[in-house]
Design a protein around this ligand. Structure first.
Ligand code: AMP
Length: 192
């Protein structure tokens, strides 16, 4: 299996690049943000609880997203691999993911991080907010809160995979196709 984590702050381009990666490598896309928004749309109890936190730009509890990922891994046992997008976002989630994959004799192949500075992120997310309809893209203070959550809780996840020798950083500013090419090169190094 090719199991890759696409890592980076909100607005780094993870969604855009995920689509291209999935088309090329036929991976199952697991975006915890999308899964949570599906729950909200379905009006589930989990969705209602998550919405309160998401609307404030705060991370939902680890157990909630770990449970969702566990279910999805079970659902797709025959997949060619997975692309994790927006997950793991804490070291606890990373440890849980490693354990879940190990129970299938699998592991993370590589973490690819898209690097974009905070000013560019803010500009991108405010722009995305004009069309995304996402409540958490609508104002500067909420976006800043999400970037702050990323810097305090999520950044250590990069060190976690760096320690395993699985971390690759790519400049996330530039042409979409050029960035995708860099991602392909990083993937080719773990698939030979
Ligand atoms: P995203 O679509 O990845 O930007 O996620 C939107 C929001 O969903 C985040 O601001 C969090 O509130 C929540 N969320 C998504 N993924 C996670 C995760 N792995 N851990 C905790 N909260 C998450």
């Amino acid at each position: 299996m090719l199991n890759l984590i696409l890592f980076g702050p909100p607005g780094a381009g993870k969604g855009t690049q995920s689509e291209k990666i999935i088309a090329k490598y036929k991976l199952i896309h697991l975006s915890t943000g999308d899964l949570l928004r599906n729950e909200i749309q379905a009006g589930s109890e989990l969705g209602l609880k998550a919405k309160t936190l998401m609307d404030q730009g705060i991370l939902v509890p680890d157990e909630v997203v770990i449970g969702m990922i566990d279910n999805k891994l079970k659902e797709h046992k025959d997949a060619a691999g997975f692309i994790f997008d927006g997950f793991p976002r804490t070291v606890k989630q990373s440890e849980a993911l490693d354990q879940l994959l190990a129970s299938y004799d699998e592991s993370i192949s590589v973490m690819i991080a898209l690097v974009v500075d905070d000013n560019e992120l803010l500009a991108r997310l405010l722009n995305r907010g004009k069309t995304s309809g996402r409540p958490d893209d609508q104002n500067e203070s909420l976006i800043s809160k999400r970037i702050q959550e990323y810097n305090s809780k999520t950044k250590p996840v990069a060190d976690y995979y760096q320690a395993q020798g699985k971390f690759v950083a790519i400049d996330g500013i530039g042409e979409i196709d050029f960035i995708f090419e860099e991602i392909n090169q990083a993937i080719s190094k773990v698939t030979v």
